[in-house]
Design a binder for this molecule. Structure first.
Ligand code: F6R
Length: 262
């Protein structure tokens, strides 16, 4: 696991965006796994800027989103479908048929989940997966005690996640759907590389448990310790509980230029 600590969320996101952009340039038919929530917003803004000002070309790129709330139609303003189109897809030249987001209104959820897994395989697998982390250590919506072998399926959100996400639903936790479809931890671990972002003091404990704690399903993100190419981009506030922060800074400062965005 590589830990990249930068001064603030904007600087961190711009550094992370360079890594995504490098892949998009080097592999024009790459497959990206994408996250929603507040964390990746600046990363997506930077990708939009790179497309609009520097011609970064997404026409051959395929994307798979991590998750979606069950019971929210796609046109609901808090569906992850709406989020992605508003914050990224409508502003870049991605082909709509290359965009995959779990269908929260699927009549047959297990069938829709199996089809989603198949679609990822058909696309050749995910090259780079963008992740946020929940304050309870979830990745995607794989809540604590999720199986490390899990695939795309239905999950029930924890009360902590309902509380955390109430800010998107007028502060009313009762409006947050309790169920979701999420890629499994096994699905996420199959990605060629992982790019996790986390900002702010609220994420500091989850980050410390993920990076320096034992690998355990009570901290689902801790499984990333077993991923061969996991990069964790965090700001100073999210780094406050890391015991070895100085070592991670020293490693990053000493990296040769050619390795920086790889
Ligand atoms: C979103 C997702 C979640 C979020 C996490 C953090 O697609 O899969 O794991 O990344 O809940 O959310 P924010 O970024 O809003 O703090």
């Amino acid at each position: 696991m590589e830990i990249i600590i930068q001064s603030d969320a904007d600087a961190t996101s711009i550094t992370a965006a360079r890594m995504v952009a490098r892949l998009v340039k080097e592999k024009p038919h790459a497959v990206l796994g994408l996250a929603t929530g507040s964390t990746p917003l600046k990363l997506y803004q930077e990708l939009v800027r790179l497309h609009q000002q520097e011609g970064l070309d997404f026409s051959g790129i395929t994307t798979f989103n991590l998750d979606e709330y069950i019971g929210l139609p796609r046109d609901h303003e808090q569906s992850y479908y709406s989020f992605m189109w508003e914050n990224l897809f409508s502003q870049i030249n991605i082909q709509p048929q290359n965009v995959f987001i779990p269908d929260g209104m699927a009549a047959d959820v297990p069938e829709a989940c199996a089809e989603y897994e198949q679609a990822i395989l058909n696309a050749g697998g995910i090259d780079l997966q963008v992740l946020g982390i929940g304050s309870d250590g979830h990745v995607g919506f794989n809540e604590p005690t999720s199986s490390f072998a899990s695939r795309t399926r239905i999950k029930t959100l924890t009360r902590q996640t309902l509380k955390d996400n109430a800010r998107f639903f007028e502060g009313d936790e009762t409006q947050v759907p309790h169920h979701c479809i999420t890629m499994g931890i096994g699905t996420i671990m199959d990605a060629g590389c992982i790019l996790m972002l986390a900002f702010g003091e609220k994420k500091a404990q989850a980050i410390a448990s993920m990076v320096e704690g034992p690998v355990a399903s009570v901290v689902p993100a801790s499984i990333l310790q077993h991923h061969a190419r996991a990069k964790v981009f965090i700001d100073e506030a999210a780094a406050t509980h890391l015991k070895r922060a100085d070592y991670y800074r020293w490693v990053y400062e000493g990296k040769p230029n050619w390795q920086l965005d790889a």
